[in-house]
Structure formats: structure tokens, C-alpha cells
Design a protein around this ligand. Sequence first.
Ligand code: SAH
Length: 220
Amino acid sequence: MNLPGFDFSLQRQDMVRTQLRARDITDTAVLRALETVPRHEFVDPVDWDEAYEDHPLGIGCRQTISQPYIVAYMSQLLRVEPGMKILEIGTGSGYQSAVLAELGAEVFSVERHADLSEKAGKVLLKTGYADKVKLKVGDGTLGWPEEAPFDRIIVTAAGPKIPDSLVGQLAVGGRMVLPVGSTSQRLRLIEKTAEGVREENDIAVVFVKLIGKEGFLTGE
Ligand code: SAH
């Protein structure tokens, strides 16, 4: 598999057909983005033969790159439009950031592990997304106040509650998608309108812990 020039495009097409279209991913821009972003670049070369399979993979620091379906599902729920400013909490491998950049967004992504952020930065550069993704190391539960407000916010680690700082940094008309819970987690969709903030429960999920001031205080 690890041949120079091997681009995994057939594996990507297969992934999109069997894992995304066959389920409930219908947003054509999202399907196209997952067919385009070279997911294998975001995982260790020893895992390249599994890069397009239907499960998460380890990325170091006891963290994971999400299952392709979950990346697609959350991207679809966000309703991204080109030019939108998006805050992501939990850069991890950088794969979700690349998918959002491929959808035309300007991405601001925060990661608490400096080495993961640095590795993600290198891969985003190699894959051509670096100019659309700004990275920061720190506690993402506090958001990125200097860049607020954001049209969309996505959190890719699960905390015990919805961080108030993130709700505060969401633009009016904005949407936020995040997993919430400890032993069992659910995706929550937050919509901010001029009248107030609306919350909705969505599917059950399994994410690593969101650790920070407005997340879990310890416990990786
Ligand atoms: N979106 C990632 C998935 C990352 S897994 C991808 O596409 O690969 C979740 C990440 O959230 C981990 O890297 C973890 O270190 C990070 N994380 C957990 N709590 C955080 C916090 N408070 N601020 C920023 N990152 C956090």
C-alpha cells in the first residue's frame, strides 16, 4: 500500500459509498469533501491500510481521529457554507479541520496537546490546507476570544456540559455541534438566534474527554 504516488482515491470512493451514502449522509458538499481529503496523511503510515475503514484510529497522546462517518455526520449537521468562520476544539490529527477547509471555511482550531497540534500543522501544510486553518495550543473550552464571533463551532471531545464561553463566542444565526456526557454521550446541536439559544439532542456517540476549565478538570 505504501507506494510512492499511491493516492488511495479508490479507498476514499469506497468509504464514501459504503459508510456515508449508504447511511444518512446526503449533503453533496460533505460527501465530496470526504472523497477529496487524503485521510491516510492524518494517521501514522503503519495504519495506512486501515485509514479508510469504519472506525477511529489512535493518533498518539491517547487520542483518536474520529470514524469517517462521525466526521461526515457532524460536518453535515453544522451546515457549513463557503467563507464561514469556524472554531474547532480538539485539532487532534487535523483531519476534521481539513474537511472544514475543503468545504470552503476559514478554520480556527485549538488543541491542548502541543505535539499533536504541531504534527497536525505539518500535515495540513503538506496537504495544502494550511492557509485556511489557524492552529492554537491551549484550553479550547475557553474558545478563541480574539477571533470571535464564529459562524459555526464544532467540539470533537466530550465534556460534562456545554461550555458557556463557546456559547458566548457563537454568532447570532450560528450553529454549534458538540458531544456532551461522561459514561454515555450524545451530540448536542445549539442554535443561536436573536430570540435566544435553542438546544437539541442528537445521536449517541463516543468521544475522548474534553479536558479544561469548562470541561472535565482531569482524567485523560
Ligand atoms: N478532530 C480530531 C479528533 C481529535 S480527538 C481529528 O480530526 O483528528 C479530540 C482532541 O481533543 C484530542 O486531540 C484532545 O487532546 C483534544 N482536547 C481535549 N480537551 C481539549 C481542550 N480543552 N482544548 C483543546 N483540545 C482538547
